[in-house]
Write a protein of this length. Structure first.
Lengths: 310, 312
């Protein structure tokens, strides 16, 4: 592993980049803060050592789910880069290492962030075509962003189809925590929604669910965000057991009726509770399900963009 | 009273760096002060269980930027096998602390010309800080947040069973939603584990006290007795921060009756124990996160003899 220490020689440069390369995997990686609207966005580039054949922007889930999916996204990015694709990952403004406050984040600002990363990825690697991958809430962002880049292929991991279901899960998680803590003033989902209206935010397991995000998101639907121009879409359901859930089989049917080349598969991995950390389990690198998720997604994108040139 | 205006840092004052630890490269975020530098770097160590350098709801990012507003350089890291760092973290174990990662972090910071440090560690990160701080000549302070003193080996289900009264178990079990949920095999499995744990909770424990505690498997502080004593001998101040409802606080109080108490009693003036309301260990409420940021910032600022009063 080689580490580029050039930043140390160039202290005047307002943007500092950390770089490393891995000759075994045949990849190079850069981490930097990129400018967007007077703020800085934490962004990670994973690219092949040679010329990339295309690019993929990964849109993360949010709040507790962001942490939960973090390592799988890192592994996916490295896997794609090793097969010739340049990958951009980022922290939405108001989250992670990026600037901004969580209360100012909306779907609109997340979309702006995703578009900024597309521009940055193209600038850094020279790619012309880009695809998107999104998990849970990130699926909404990825779908909307993909609609702007024809014919951007799209992979969705366990996507949120309609924001109300996401908020319902979040509020239930809060209720579960309160039950576990033996709290006497437990609030139902309806009461938490009322609190959101009244106070402007609800604390869900240490993350603020803010009214700005709620109001901006509540009328959106993933299928609408995808737009009218058909594109290849792969939906991956992550569940420990069982077949494809009806919500995803209905989505595939609806997308096909609109002309999209949509498919869905079930990946067996232990992910039944997105809001609760499972760091005590095996590392993502060691989990069969996580590896299958990464491998299947990689093969699907490689089939769309083609193999890297030797 | 001097009132200083504090301007928190942003990403403008931060830069990502890769540095080597063993055969892996770790990500660190190095933050510079927004005001006159004090020449001290605060190294922030997240808890275990694959927590990234930001920690839940970016608590460590917010803490870093508050500290940078008070003149401190900051450094937060992704442990090996976590976040953006390479390597694989096979398992999490209190016997395998991330001291190599901390050592590499300190060496990287020293290369930037900074040789004074305050180490801040959450839980697992706290003992990582203690285990290596005595080897850092420039260590000026150590902050330990919800560090576990006693290991019980108790699972979350067993803990819940121990804390839930039998009356409550019966009342909840007869609720319509509880009965309906028996249709789910997953739920049935969880209920079975819970009931088994509830039965076990009635069995006598190995703890000498009369209180209904979980059995103690191991006193962790025995292992950290020497490094703690070394730090105190060098006049390095230490802050223990717990939540009033943290399980770790109970263990800390009990372990003070043993070797930990002997060490702490030697240097009363260097040790401060602060309590914040609630259960801060999991960072799972916004108010707990704010309390941690406030207490850590305040303690580090006061350690330098500065009034941390903030006016915006």
């Amino acid at each position: 592993m080689l580490i580029d220490r050039s930043f140390a020689l160039n202290q005047a440069d307002p943007i500092q980049t950390a770089s490393r390369s891995d000759s075994t995997l045949g990849i190079r990686e850069q981490v930097e803060f990129i400018e967007i609207g007077g703020s800085r966005l934490f962004a990670c580039l994973h690219a092949p050592l040679g010329d990339p054949v295309g690019g993929v922007v990964i849109c993360s889930p949010i709040q507790a789910e962001f942490e939960k999916n973090y390592r799988r996204e890192f592994l996916l990015a490295r896997s794609l880069a090793a097969r010739g694709l340049a990958v951009g990952r980022f922290h939405y403004r108001g989250s992670g290492n990026s600037d901004g406050d969580a209360e100012d984040a909306t779907v609109q600002t997340m979309l702006e962030d995703a578009h900024a990363v597309v521009g940055w990825l193209k600038d850094r690697t020279g790619i012309s075509e880009v695809g998107f991958a999104g998990t849970r809430w990130g699926g909404l962002v990825a779908a909307d962003a993909a609609a702007q880049y024809d014919p951007a292929p799209l992979v969705l991991w366990e996507p949120v189809l309609e924001p109300p279901s996401y908020f319902r899960d979040a509020f239930r998680s809060r209720l579960m925590r309160d039950l576990k803590d033996g709290a006497t003033n437990r609030l139902s989902s309806a009461a938490l929604r009322a609190e959101l209206e009244r106070v402007g935010f609800v604390d869900v397991l240490g993350y603020g669910v803010y009214r700005g995000l709620y109001d901006d998101a509540i009328g959106r639907r993933l299928v609408t965000a995808l737009g009218e121009r058909p594109r290849p879409v792969l939906i991956l359901q992550i569940s420990p057991e069982g077949g494809l859930r009806s919500e995803y089989s209905s989505l595939v049917t609806e997308l096909r009726s609109l002309g999209f080349a949509a498919t869905a598969e079930v990946i067996a991995d232990k992910e039944e509770a997105w809001w609760f950390a499972d760091g005590r389990g095996e590392a993502a690198e060691a989990r069969v399900g996580a590896r299958a998720l990464v491998n299947l997604t990689t093969e699907w994108f490689v089939a769309r963009f083609g193999e890297a040139r030797p | 009273m001097t009132v200083e205006e504090v301007v928190s840092a942003t990403a403008q004052q931060e830069r990502p760096v890769f540095f080597t630890a063993g055969g892996d490269t770790l990500l660190g975020i190095f933050g510079s002060p927004t005001t006159e530098p004090k020449g001290t770097a605060v190294v922030l160590l997240p808890g275990g269980w694959r927590t990234t350098s930001t920690a839940r709801n970016r608590v460590l990012v917010r803490l870093s930027r508050e500290l940078a507003g008070r003149g401190y350089h900051t450094f937060r890291i992704d442990y090996r096998g976590v976040g953006e760092s390479t390597g694989v973290l096979e398992r999490f174990d209190m016997d395998e602390l991330s001291t190599d990662d901390l050592k590499a972090s300190i060496e990287w910071i020293e290369q930037q010309g900074i040789s004074q440090f305050v180490l801040v560690g959450f839980c697992f990160g706290g003992w990582t800080a203690v285990s290596y701080a005595s080897d850092v000549p420039g260590a000026e302070g150590v902050v330990l947040i919800s560090v576990p003193a006693l290991l019980t080996g108790e699972t979350a289900v067993a803990r819940l069973a121990r804390r839930t009264s039998m009356w409550r178990v019966i009342r909840q079990g007869l609720r319509p939603w509880a009965i309906r949920s028996l249709l789910s095999a997953d739920r049935r499995r969880i209920y079975k584990r819970f009931l088994a744990a509830k039965v076990r909770s009635f069995l006598p424990t190995r703890r000498p006290s009369d209180a209904p505690h979980a059995p103690i498997a191991r006193d962790l502080t025995v292992r950290f007795q020497v490094p703690l004593a070394t730090l105190l001998d060098r006049d390095v101040p230490i802050l223990f921060l717990y939540g009033t409802e943290d399980e770790e606080l109970e263990g800390f109080e009990l372990s003070k009756r043993g070797p930990l108490g002997e060490v702490l009693s030697r240097s009363d003036s260097l040790i401060e124990v602060r309590l914040a309301p609630g259960r801060i260990h999991g960072l799972d409420r916004l108010e707990y996160q704010d309390a941690i940021i406030e207490n850590v910032t305040d303690w580090i600022s006061r350690r330098d003899g500065h009034d941390p009063t903030r006016v915006k």
